[in-house]
Design a protein. Structure first.
Length: 135
């Protein structure tokens, strides 16, 4: 059961010493992910719906790199700048996970590392085989 680290290529990863995602066996753990675009800019400044969507797209992309997909996600943790936006954030989460329905939490935090970040999401996935479905 080897360990594989996956990078998004952002400057934060080597600076802080973490990976965008880590796969060990059938488990994939995705670090806190934001709406960071390819050039390192925050996508959807001031728009929590756009940021949530882009964040989940970033998570889907790293899961794919790790050999997983959104359907394999068993838990998400959603950190938000303003809990009053829960309904909008929740609706976007629903668009991605309506039939998957992972365990989740939504927590308001006092601030993020960047002032334009409105939401950050972590995800854990388990890549089981078809015989384990519904077990």
């Amino acid at each position: 059961m080897g360990r594989q680290n996956f990078s998004s290529g952002t400057a934060w990863e080597p600076l802080v010493g973490y990976s965008r995602a880590v796969r060990v066996g059938a488990h994939v753990h995705v670090s806190g992910t934001t709406a960071t675009g390819a050039n390192g800019e925050i996508v959807g400044r001031g728009d929590v719906e756009a940021q949530t969507r882009h964040t989940l797209e970033n998570i889907a992309a790293v899961l794919e790199q790790a050999g997983a997909k959104l359907a394999d996600v068993v838990r998400t943790r959603i950190y938000v700048a303003d809990i009053n936006a829960w309904r909008v954030i929740g609706q976007v989460h629903h668009e991605f996970f309506a039939t998957i329905r992972p365990a989740t939490s939504m927590i308001e935090v006092s601030r993020f590392v960047g002032p334009d970040i409105l939401v950050e999401i972590e995800a854990d996935a388990y890549i089981g085989d078809a015989s384990e479905a519904g077990a």
